[in-house]
Design a protein around this ligand. Structure first.
Ligand code: FES
Length: 174
């Protein structure tokens, strides 16, 4: 092609400086096209890359429960859309509890009159921290990590945390 253009230029009698300028511009065009293609490939590969395998901190599913003052001590608030409860204990600590019974997986409602979770399937009962009060469930309700940022309670729902018992390291305090 260049040979054809060169031949054509020579036939038209173009001066050598015009030919070298055209040659330089042609090469520059190829370089810029290559850079643009490389950028496109980087963006396209990032778009199709599977993002769900090892989520980073910012990619985790964070449920925003609300400002601290919205939750009175010794209360349980249901969040059906997130399938969990936020329990605030008497000392002000927060625990996010799965609503799934650890016996056979029924949804466990909170009974405010009795101050406990009571499973409708086989009568397992759990206290406000999720500990078993009544079998057949043999382990506490799973929990989710809670953090408080700028006075707002946030729950990481990406992973249910199983436990053998409740301990003082589990609640989150403001
Ligand atoms: S599923 Fe809850 S007690 Fe059996």
């Amino acid at each position: 092609m260049n040979d054809m253009r060169k031949t054509s230029d020579e036939q038209k009698g173009a001066p050598p400086s015009d030919r070298s300028r055209r040659s330089f511009l042609g090469k520059l065009g190829w370089v810029l096209g290559g850079v643009a293609l490389a950028e496109y490939l980087v963006v396209a590969l990032d778009f199709v890359r599977p993002h769900g395998q090892e989520p980073g901190e910012g990619e985790r599913h964070i449920f925003i429960a609300g400002p601290i003052g919205q939750f009175e001590p010794d209360t349980v608030t249901a969040f059906p859309s997130a399938r969990l409860y936020l329990a605030r204990m008497k000392d002000g600590g927060f625990l996010a509890l799965s609503r799934t019974c650890t016996h056979l997986g029924c949804t466990v409602p909170w009974d405010p009159a009795k101050g406990r979770f009571v499973c409708p399937c086989h009568a397992s009962a759990f206290d406000i921290t999720g500990q078993v009060l009544n079998p057949p469930a043999s382990r506490p309700l799973d929990r989710y990590a809670v953090r408080i940022e700028n006075g707002v309670v946030k729950i990481d729902t990406s992973k249910a945390l199983k436990r053998r018992s409740f301990d003082a390291t589990q609640p989150t305090y403001a």
